[in-house]
Design a protein around this ligand. Structure first.
Ligand code: GDP
Ligand code: MG
Length: 295
């Protein structure tokens, strides 16, 4: 039985989120993206285990100093939490319980998602200091698990991964096994567009569309994405565009709303439709769709 799903990794700055992710990912450190973030919901890493696949998200909404956290950011964080199957809250046992923790805990409670608490940096404090902390946090929230760990030494890192995986739905991997880099974000956006195509065209164009993200530019206040929807027949193109372009507009608008919620930012979405018989046999297109590079 295999599981797969999205996990939000949250916590205050410097608690060890990146270190944890690097550890869990192992050698493929390059996956971790430390780019400045205009988008608020970046995939950190895809972690494959015999039991399934964890897709880890950063949630910068809670990275910010909490006293400056306004209502909109709270909403953004709540929205990003809606997209995941489980959440990992990492705290730093050196810092201990802090003023921002109540805030984070309220957010997590509102999300209703299954939660794991990671008490990180246990290598840096004497053991007796850890137990009272476990008690403090346990009283705040119902965690599925509380795991003391050291992201630095690696102690219990794998265990945290196992506990998270157990909270994910059963199902096949969400990304190809060898998936690297920050491309999953593009992949996800393409999937949303494709989902809307299927949703609005019903059975008329079942599994014969593919979406390629042609450009993905992050601006200050806006992300610009241009995507091409490939279909196999001219008739399909007609259906997709609809009379006076109405269908494509509906697809674009629905996709845009969902992608905006996913990225936590305003979006310009340009959609194009191209006819390409047998696109599914085209290795270059498959690669662009994130479906190549297997084996
Ligand atoms: P992030 O801001 O939450 O992503 O935190 P980072 O992963 O960048 O880590 C912040 C600092 O904490 C770095 O100096 C890490 O080396 C250190 N750190 C992370 N995990 C541990 C740990 O388990 N033990 C100790 N002693 N330090 C850690
Ligand atoms: Mg970090």
């Amino acid at each position: 039985m295999s599981r797969a799903g999205f996990v939000a990794v949250l916590g205050r700055p410097n608690v060890g989120k990146s270190t944890f992710v690097n550890r869990l990912v192992g050698q493929k450190v390059s996956i971790v993206s430390d780019k400045p973030q205009t988008t608020r919901n970046r995939i950190l890493a895809v972690v494959n285990r015999p039991g399934g696949q964890l897709v880890l998200f950063d949630t910068p909404g809670i990275h910010k100093p909490l006293h400056r956290m306004n209502q909109r950011m709270v909403e953004t964080a709540v929205r990003s939490l809606e997209q995941v199957d489980a959440a990992l809250w990492i705290v730093d046992v050196k810092q201990g319980y802090g003023p921002g923790d109540r805030y984070v805990s309220d957010l997590l409670k509102r999300s209703g998602k299954p939660l794991v608490l990671g008490l990180n940096k246990i290598d840096a404090v004497p053991k007796p200091r850890i137990l009272p902390l476990i008690d403090t946090y346990r009283r705040m929230l119902a965690f599925e698990d509380i795991v003391p760990l050291s992201a630095l030494s690696g102690e219990n890192v794998e265990l945290v991964g196992e506990r998270l995986l157990a909270l994910l739905p059963e199902g096949p991997p969400l990304f190809p096994e060898e998936y690297l880099t920050d491309l999953p974000e593009r992949f996800f956006v393409a999937e949303i567009v494709r989902e809307k195509v299927v949703q609005f065209t019903r059975d008329e164009i079942p599994y014969t569309t593919g979406v390629v993200i042609e450009s993905f530019e992050e601006g200050e206040a806006l992300v610009r994405i241009e995507a091409t929807i490939f279909v196999e027949r001219g008739g399909h193109k007609g259906i997709l565009i609809g009379s006076k372009g109405e269908m494509l507009k509906r697809i674009g608008s629905a996709a845009r709303h969902e992608i905006e919620a996913f990225l936590g930012t305003k979006l310009f979405l340009g959609l194009f439709v191209k006819v390409r018989p047998n696109w599914r046999e085209d290795p270059q297109l498959l690669e662009q769709m994130g479906l190549g590079r297997r084996g």
